[in-house]
Ligand binder design. Structure first.
Ligand SMILES: [Mg+2]
Length: 399
């Protein structure tokens, strides 16, 4: 007598997959394939409309291969009123998208990326996260935006960092899955009542990219200030987690470079102007750091070949890789994918270059599918809309 097999519900199949995954199974077979994606990722669990219709367990499984046909159900429409909007939304969304593109392959080697280059947004990977999951880079950037939206103060930024660390504030799924050691140490000090600007590590070993990866919103906030004031605010925000001059100088360079792109300068001009700015305003205070930035400050970073560009979390290698990826490509996609396919600290480097490229090429240059796949995109858009308003008001009154 043949017994008819019980048809499992989607939720039961998810649960079965999770059990298999916990038992070490890498390729999941219990989940039915979405019609759209069956052809591409046969035999693996995936993210699709079918599953979204049922309540998913906390840790859902996603394919290790990219799914070019993935589509988000609810779309946001970003209102762009002028070129400046396009640059602003382009830079900030470009940053988040770069982060989300890099997250699944963070810490992968360059060899791995050569064998299996990233061409599309992926899920799963390093942290087993769904499509469009962004990391600490975006969370801490959003913490800064929130504070600018509500009368910027360094204390407010610190308060947001603590909320992020303790409660998963401004994270995709209310949990922190990726945080740098220096940032964690600094936030621990904040929690113990140390003055925010005294929390950042001051030693040479503290020069990872943890402050560079979260300062982008300052480009809009400080762009009409006097250079001295501009530098002071960038230094202050960096010092919350990274107080060494090397880290601060990377932030100063990045912000001035993006300001130049925002002002409509061509790439070469922006690069040249930024070098001049650093030489004029930072040469004395940062004299001991100038030599470490030689490959950037002598204006030749774009002339190096790929083997000469490292892509680690060391702040100088990060900014070199980002600048190099931006200057040697001709579109948003090319720039961020080139950065990711260097391997290493892929999410942070792609986020930083995404900020540059999105500003330069504008919001429309970012593939819509990548924006629509971002986790919590509606909330990000809402925050950015308020940010644009706050910055516009500030500019009006500064004239
Ligand atoms: Mg990250």
């Amino acid at each position: 007598m043949s017994k008819e097999k019980k048809q499992l519900s989607l939720i039961e199949r998810w649960e079965l997959d999770i059990e298999s995954y916990k038992n070490g199974v890498q390729v999941l077979t219990s989940v039915p394939q979405c019609e759209k994606c069956r052809y591409f990722i046969k035999g693996k669990a995936l993210h699709c409309k079918m599953y979204d219709n049922e309540k998913k367990p906390k840790y859902v499984m996603f394919p290790s291969k990219e799914c070019p046909r993935y589509e988000s159900i609810e779309l946001i429409e970003v209102a762009i009123n002028n070129e400046y909007d396009s640059k602003m939304f382009g830079g900030l969304f470009g940053f988040c998208v770069g982060d989300a593109l890099g997250v699944p392959v963070e810490f992968s080697t360059r060899d791995e990326r050569k064998r299996d280059p990233i061409k599309e947004m992926r899920a799963y990977g390093t942290y087993h996260q769904p499509f469009g999951t962004w990391s600490d880079d975006t969370s801490l950037t959003l913490c800064l935006i929130e504070s600018i939206n509500n009368h910027y103060s360094v204390q407010r930024v610190a308060d947001n960092f603590m909320k992020y660390y303790k409660y998963g504030y401004l994270t995709p799924y209310c949990e922190v899955f990726d945080i740098g050691k220096s940032t964690k140490n600094a936030i621990d000090k904040m929690i113990h009542g140390v003055e925010p600007v005294d929390c950042g590590g001051k030693t040479e070993q503290d020069n990872v990219n943890g402050s560079l990866m979260r300062v982008l919103p300052l480009a809009y906030y400080v762009k009409n200030m006097l250079p001295i004031k501009q530098i002071e605010i960038v230094e202050e925000v960096s010092s919350l987690t990274h107080s060494h001059k090397r880290s601060k100088l990377a932030c100063i360079f990045y912000i001035e470079f993006v300001i130049n792109l925002l002002n409509g300068n061509k790439k070469d001009e922006a690069y040249k102007n930024t070098i001049e700015f650093v030489k004029k305003y930072c040469k004395e205070i940062y004299s001991e750091e100038i030599e470490n930035y030689r490959r950037i400050l002598d204006g030749t970073i774009a002339s190096y070949n790929e083997e000469q560009i490292k892509s680690s979390g060391y702040v100088i290698e990060t900014i070199e890789a980002a600048l190099w990826s931006f200057l040697t490509t001709d579109s948003y996609n090319e720039a961020v994918l080139k950065a990711i396919n260097l391997g290493g600290d892929t999410d942070t480097i792609a986020a930083i270059v995404g900020g540059m490229a999105g500003t330069y090429y504008g919001f429309q240059s970012i593939p819509d599918n990548w924006v629509q796949n971002l986790a919590r995109k509606e909330e990000i858009y809402e925050m950015l809309t308020k940010f644009r308003y706050v910055i516009n008001i500030k500019e009006k009154f500064s004239h």
